[in-house]
Design a protein around this ligand. Structure first.
Ligand code: ASP
Length: 307
């Protein structure tokens, strides 16, 4: 039996209605997901690390304006793009995260640079941006992050004076990837622009290790998408690992409890992707849909939006 390797990605969960989707738009989303899946899977196939794979997949999604991360990130309440990201390597529990950064082309790349610098786990705002400049992480001007769609959403949210979950319905366009490589190492990465019209300085679950992002070689790797505040309060990603480690549950059992019971009870709409140490993949969500895809050397190959 060849060693297992597998990759799963998401482009956000939420109220993704058939009625709002045209065949052309669906094709664009599927193409974006496929490109991100290819970017990470190629690395795994060639014997590369899960860390490189999740970074490559997330960077591909950050570069795609359809998703709420990197190019295409939503606007906050002062009309700026403030982005959060995290990455974690399950071997030795190494982690790096950034929150509230602007103009960084690929926040996940910055999170990885912080991780590899081994001094801190999380940097925010101007300090993170200064670190990025010192480590030659690419920047882009405001225009690069602008998309018409997000601008309209923001204008609507401003008019209605509310904080919106990406798109007009509730769709959380955060992106993420989890992977298991041939060496048995698990990794997870998540990147987001957060919520439309969010308070300047608001941080969601995505960059918080244990909440929106977590990986541990003994159990699994997890990347979340949904209402960040509730995912933080449920410590979602770490909870799934704990249910496996301390209670001996399977990945599926752990995901079911957290996504379909614990989160639902407190109104935590959203979903997650997870891969365990044996390469099993779960992509549960309690919302209407979740942009997601996965591939493994055991022959799994899926791109899906709806249940
Ligand atoms: N979890 C993200 C946040 O609250 C939003 C999302 O998943 O789109 O920042």
């Amino acid at each position: 039996m060849p060693p297992n390797f597998s990759l799963a990605i998401h482009g956000g969960a939420g109220t993704i209605l058939h009625s709002d989707m045209t065949p052309g738009l669906q094709l664009q989303y599927e193409t974006g997901l496929r490109q991100a899946l290819d970017a990470g899977y190629q690395i795994l196939e060639n014997g590369g690390s899960s860390l490189d794979a999740v970074e490559a997949s997330v960077m591909s999604l950050e570069d795609c304006p359809l998703f709420n991360a990197g190019k295409g990130a939503v606007f906050n309440n002062i009309g700026r793009h403030e982005m959060d990201a995290a990455i974690m390597f399950g071997k030795g529990s190494e982690a790096g995260a950034v929150c509230g950064v602007s103009n960084v082309k690929n926040p996940v790349r910055l999170a990885r640079a912080i991780m590899q610098h081994h001094e801190n786990v999380m940097l925010c705002g101007q300090g993170a941006e200064q670190f990025a400049k010192q480590h030659n992480i690419p920047f882009e001007d405001d225009q690069y992050f602008y998309t018409e769609e997000r601008y309209k959403q923001w204008q609507q949210a401003q008019r209605e004076d509310k904080v919106m979950l990406d798109h007009s319905g509730k769709k959380f366009g955060t992106v993420g990837a989890v992977a298991l490589d041939k060496d048995g190492n698990l990794s997870a990465a998540t990147s987001t622009g957060g919520l439309t019209n969010k308070k300047f300085g608001r941080i969601g679950d995505s960059p918080i290790i244990g909440a929106g992002t977590y990986a541990n070689n003994n159990t699994c790797a997890v990347s979340c998408t949904g209402v960040g505040e509730l995912f933080i309060r449920c410590v979602v990603a770490y909870d799934i690992c704990c249910l496996i480690e301390y209670k001996g549950l399977s990945l599926k059992e752990a995901c079911d409890i957290v996504v379909h019971d614990k989160l639902v009870k407190i109104g935590g709409e959203g979903g997650l992707i997870a891969i365990d140490k044996n390469g099993n993949i779960e992509m549960p969500f309690n919302s209407e849909g979740m942009y997601r895809a996965c591939r493994s050397n055991a022959g799994i190959n899926e791109i899906k939006i709806y249940p």
